[in-house]
Design a protein. Structure first.
Length: 141
């Protein structure tokens, strides 16, 4: 299974905000969309990512105020990403090794969507179900 398959199944909604807004406003968007991370974009270019973990560690634990802190001050700038042609195994490896839960999907620098650890796990489960069905079919012949 490829990243493109995940995007086809879940849709390729691009939830993003500017780095110039307050963390409070960004967290509000995350709550409204029921998502755990937002891409930070300027002029259709990915400049960072903001996750719930960033918020907890860089705002809450440091005693900052989310209404007074800009997204660009706490976002993760060196964003790891995948392409639509990458396999879900690659996603899982990156997420496990780097301890991250979200990967933007880019093709030729253009943002196509984002996959989460939940998307990847669901993809692996579906892939295993297909393998089991094929094996059962093979055995019963």
């Amino acid at each position: 299974m490829k990243v493109s398959d995940i995007l086809k199944a879940k849709g390729n909604h691009i939830y993003s905000v500017s780095g110039e807004i307050s963390v409070y406003e960004a967290i509000k968007v995350m709550g409204e969309k029921n998502i755990g991370a937002l891409m930070i974009m300027e002029n259709e270019k990915l400049t960072g990512i903001l996750s719930e973990r960033d918020y907890a560690r860089k705002v809450v634990l440091k005693g900052k105020l989310s209404k007074d802190t800009l997204v660009k001050e706490i976002m993760t700038e060196n964003v790891l990403s995948v392409t639509p042609e990458d396999g879900i195994e690659k996603c899982m490896a990156i997420m496990s090794e780097k301890h991250i839960r979200h990967l933007p999907v880019l093709e030729a620098g253009k943002v196509l969507g984002m996959v989460s650890i939940g998307d990847v796990v669901n993809g692996i489960i579906e892939s295993q179900k297909e393998t089991i069905a094929h094996l059962q079919s093979y055995i019963s012949q």
